[in-house]
Design a protein around this ligand. Structure first.
Ligand code: ZN
Ligand code: ZN
Length: 267
């Protein structure tokens, strides 16, 4: 407790001495901006996600469709995890920020990302008994020296005052990093994760919030959620910094649903 308040005080003192810098490009921020914020240029390049979205997977909708609305993917093949939220879209504007965090030792970005995660995932964090990251295989952890998902999970948990556990899951085997296609990705990660027997009592009956940097197809997060649920977790939610938003294919079934909704709202 003392160290935390001391850290905060030191942080405030440093803010007075060194002007806060943009977490994206590093340029000095003027006008009393909060440390860890973005400059106007970097801010406008990031596509932050906001409601309305699919209540299950967080897919952003262009128009409000009602609080219980699901996206076509969740209606046809719901994910293993219960709910997912993300801070921003994975695109050209956010890629540099993510890559520098992952590969360029920009661990100093973690507190700012933690604040963003706490805001975007407020609802999920409030209900989480435990916050845990998607694990790296130990050989990768050794090469990279830190698990960026672990830093994010810890920062979000700290921000929201929820318990952080770095070790609920282990990655049993190394998975190929670049696998194209949804089915191939799912095959690639199937059975790759496990809750070690010694951690099962921690997981049983608990609601777990899984944290990662990017959600692409959701195959990795589904594999983690499956392992946690197999170990007795009462629920698994997902919080990521970025999310790949693919355009929804307007199939005839989707269009029919849309027509029905219009008909309902006219009635
Ligand atoms: Zn900037
Ligand atoms: Zn969805």
């Amino acid at each position: 407790m003392i160290s935390a308040s001391l850290r905060r005080a030191t942080g405030r003192l440093l803010d007075l001495v060194l002007p806060p810098r943009c977490v994206g490009c590093g340029q000095g921020l003027v006008g009393g901006a909060e440390t860890g914020a973005l400059c106007a240029g970097c801010w406008s390049a990031i596509a932050f996600l906001a409601p309305p979205f699919c209540r299950r997977c967080g897919y952003p909708f262009e128009v409000e469709l009602g609080p219980d609305e699901l996206c076509p993917a969740c209606r046809t093949a719901p994910p293993v995890f219960d709910r997912a939220r993300a801070v921003f879209r994975y695109d050209a504007g956010s890629r540099a920020l993510l890559l520098s965090f992952k590969h360029a030792d920009r661990t100093d970005l973690a507190p700012a990302f933690g604040r963003w995660l706490a805001r975007a995932g407020a609802e999920l964090l409030a209900e989480a008994d435990l916050v845990t990251p998607v694990p790296l295989h130990w050989t990768r952890l050794f090469a990279r020296r830190y698990n960026q998902a672990g830093l994010l999970a810890q920062a979000a948990a700290r921000q929201a005052g929820r318990p952080f556990r770095p070790d609920l899951l282990i990655r049993r085997r190394k998975t190929a990093p670049q696998t194209a296609g949804r089915a191939a990705r799912a095959r690639n990660v199937a059975g790759a994760f496990q809750v070690p027997p010694g951690r099962r009592p921690l997981v049983e009956g608990r609601r777990v919030l899984l944290v990662d940097d990017v959600r692409t197809t959701g195959a990795t997060l589904d594999a983690c959620a499956r392992a946690l649920k197999a170990a007795g977790a009462s629920g698994v939610d997902v919080l990521t910094l970025a999310m790949v938003v693919r355009p929804i294919a307007l199939t005839s079934a989707n269009l029919r649903q849309k027509d029905n909704r219009h008909a309902r709202s006219r009635r």
